[in-house]
Design a protein around this ligand. Structure first.
Ligand code: DGL
Length: 250
């Protein structure tokens, strides 16, 4: 069974893509909503939360790990998954980016991901990564801020790069594709028709290639705190799938 880890609902954007490629994969999801958002926490805090989250997934039957959270990738790459085979967000994305050798990308991500230099390290000079942190955006998405507030947060940050030339934009936080409807028109307005790369696609490809995706398509969601916003997102994304959402006693 594939364990999926995120601070909250961001990983749902990866599961959405994965379900289309691997509808029979059995998935166990843990969203650490009691500690969300992760994107402004220190590397030490994230390492501890990641180890705990992965333990919860293992205790509940996960045999492989999809770390669907860029903010904890560094912790996973540094060994937080112990012996559990894992796939995180940056390595499959860097492999995909090789075809764009020498091109210039804007990386939108949480401050923690920017701080960790995750994508700069992963691409190893193959493409030019220009990091741009968006403080607070993942939390705003997690806890259902209004579209207007989310748009204003994006404008405040994206406008600082207006007029710059990029070949593409990387959505370096798994929460961001959940508001692609707001991000896309702003990217078009500021930077024109450039590729908007959702790492969920190369990551889901890698999961489908590497992990056991045979099964019966079960979906079980665990959360560290009850959240109507999380439940609504799950039900909206997977309306026809029988699934359970359980609040863990932590
Ligand atoms: N969705 C996660 C990421 O990709 C975490 C965002 C957050 O909780 O701040 O970084």
């Amino acid at each position: 069974m594939i364990g999926v880890f995120d601070s909250g609902s961001g990983g749902l954007s990866v599961v959405e893509v994965l379900r289309k490629k691997a509808p029979n994969a059995d998935l166990l999801y843990f969203g650490d909503i009691a500690n969300a958002p992760y994107g402004e926490k220190s590397a030490e805090e994230l390492s501890a939360l990641t180890k705990k989250g992965i333990e919860i997934l293992e205790q509940n039957g996960a045999t492989t790990l999809l770390s669907a959270c860029n903010s904890v990738s560094n912790a996973v790459l540094a060994g937080a998954a112990h012996n559990l085979p894992y796939i995180e967000m940056s390595i499959p994305t860097a492999s995909y980016l090789k075809q764009y050798a020498g091109k210039r990308f804007l990386l939108l991500a949480t401050p923690a991901t920017i701080e960790s230099k995750l994508y700069t390290k992963a691409v190893d000079g193959a493409v030019d990564i220009n990091p741009l942190g968006i403080p607070g955006l993942a939390g705003a998405i997690e806890f259902n801020a209004s579209d207007e507030d989310i748009k204003n947060m994006l404008i405040e940050v994206l406008s600082t790069r207006a007029g710059e030339k990029y070949d593409g934009i990387i959505l370096g936080c798994t929460h961001y594709p959940l508001v692609l409807r707001i991000i896309e028109p702003l990217v078009r307005a500021y930077f024109g028709t450039i590729e908007i790369l959702n790492p969920a696609y190369p990551v889901a490809d890698e999961v489908a290639r590497t992990f056991d995706i045979s099964g019966t398509g079960t979906m079980r969601f665990l959360v560290s705190k009850q959240s109507d916003a999380f439940e609504a997102k799950v039900r909206a994304l997977f309306p026809d799938t029988p699934l359970t959402i359980e609040v863990l006693k932590m």
